[in-house]
Design a protein around this ligand. Structure first.
Ligand code: COA
Length: 361
């Protein structure tokens, strides 16, 4: 007798982790022992990288040298083939990261991958615009250097700070689909780079990391607060989902939405007021349609507003998510390697029976 199929593994616990905890009922996210609100306020991305890697079990003698890793990755750019010319940024990142050589040392591979991601993503942005990739400045903070390499000029301190807060906020989030993918790959005793490539593939989809670009498209299409309700109703009537709303775990507003909403405020984004109006209309409509399954804004809603306000194009939103989450995946690879076992679930056969020739129920 097999167990009933758990469609989507909802509620199934697949690992013990010390990296982050998502409390979907209370809307709380703890990363390496810190509430996400505090971490985003008081830590740089570099601090957060150290925190998650250490929580995963890495022994860090010094802070990770991300500037040196960015410089090393830039040396690789001429040998990436046409990876950075791919039309989709996630395809470009997946292919470019695949060029990193695993060394067998997870921590060294992690630092190489975390350093490489902003170089490859910014290089892809420039290449798509017919421009040469810009070399990193290893002395700059990671977020500031990523933005500088992307927009081709020194960013304002406010923009660099907001992007840093974003990178900290999304660094890890429990057993997300991409994190699970990375852990499954690691569980076969494969290498960290392969796990990161798998994570990028899983993050690409619009049900996971691919939503913020479409959120911005939605805000553009709505245009003004009064147009929100009719536009959203028409979208649902056409059988489409409202991007940036709903979550597998959260039954209240995603706490990261509030962190990002606060972080974007100093940039005086003209889209912020519209976003708030659309969020409020969408929450009301979704509450009325599904009173038993509360759906509120998720992280992608204000990600769209923040990344737009710092000057990144919408095609770069999902790859920017990966620039941060690579650190979380790396921590999970290290933890999985230390504590995990081959992940190999079961399936229930519902195909043709060899004895009766009938389909099984
Ligand atoms: N807009 C409209 N309806 C939605 C919805 C949304 N954003 N999210 C979920 N629903 C509805 C589904 O249509 C489904 O309705 P049904 O039972 O009548 O078919 C029901 O809620 C449950 O959906 P399901 O896909 O099983 O829930 P989930 O827990 O797997 O959903 C998401 C989580 C994130 C995949 C989902 O909320 C979604 O697609 N959101 C939009 C994309 C997005 O913002 N992605 C970024 C996630 S961080």
């Amino acid at each position: 007798m097999t167990n009933p199929t758990s469609n989507g593994l909802e509620g199934v616990v697949v690992a013990d982790t010390a990296i982050s905890e998502v409390d979907g009922e209370r809307g709380r996210l703890v990363i390496a022992g810190h509430d996400v609100e505090q971490l985003a306020l008081h830590s740089t991305f570099e601090d957060a990288v150290s925190a998650v890697l250490t929580a995963g079990g890495a022994r860090l003698a010094d802070p990770p040298r991300l500037g040196a890793a960015r410089a090393a990755a830039f040396e690789l750019v001429p040998r990436l083939g046409d990876a950075l010319a791919m039309p989709d940024g996630m395809d470009a990142l997946r292919t470019a990261v695949g060029h990193l050589r695993p060394t067998g040392d997870d921590l060294a591979d992690a630092i190489a991958a975390i350093g490489a991601a902003p170089v490859f993503v910014a290089g892809w942005n420039r290449t798509c615009g017919g421009l040469a990739p810009i070399a990193p400045d290893p002395t700059l903070p990671h977020a500031e250097d990523y933005l500088r390499m992307s927009i081709g000029a020194a960013p304002s301190p406010a923009a660099a700070k907001a992007l840093d807060a974003y990178l900290v906020t999304v660094i890890d989030h429990g057993m997300s689909a991409s994190t699970f993918s990375a852990r499954v790959i690691t569980s076969t005793a494969s290498d960290l780079i392969s796990a990161i490539v798998g994570g990028v593939g899983a993050l690409k989809g619009p049900l996971h990391g691919g939503a913020p670009g479409p959120v911005l498209d939605m805000l553009d299409a709505i245009g003004s607060p009064e147009a929100a309700e009719p536009w959203l109703l028409a979208e649902l009537a056409a059988g489409r989902r409202i991007m940036g709303m709903g979550h597998r775990i959260y039954r209240v507003r995603d706490p990261r939405a509030a962190v990002l909403e606060t972080a974007v405020r100093p940039l005086a984004s003209r889209r912020l007021e519209l976003a708030r109006a659309v969020e409020s209309a969408a929450s009301k409509i979704l509450r009325e349609r599904k009173p038993d399954r509360p759906m509120a804004a998720n992280v992608e809603f204000y990600t769209a507003v923040l990344l737009d306000a710092v000057g990144l194009p919408r095609e770069q939103f999902a790859p920017t998510f990966a620039v941060s989450r690579i650190a979380g995946w790396s921590a999970h690879v290290i933890e999985q390697r230390r504590t995990g076992r081959l992940i190999r679930p079961a399936s229930r056969y519902v195909g043709l029976s060899a004895s009766t020739g009938q389909y099984r129920q």
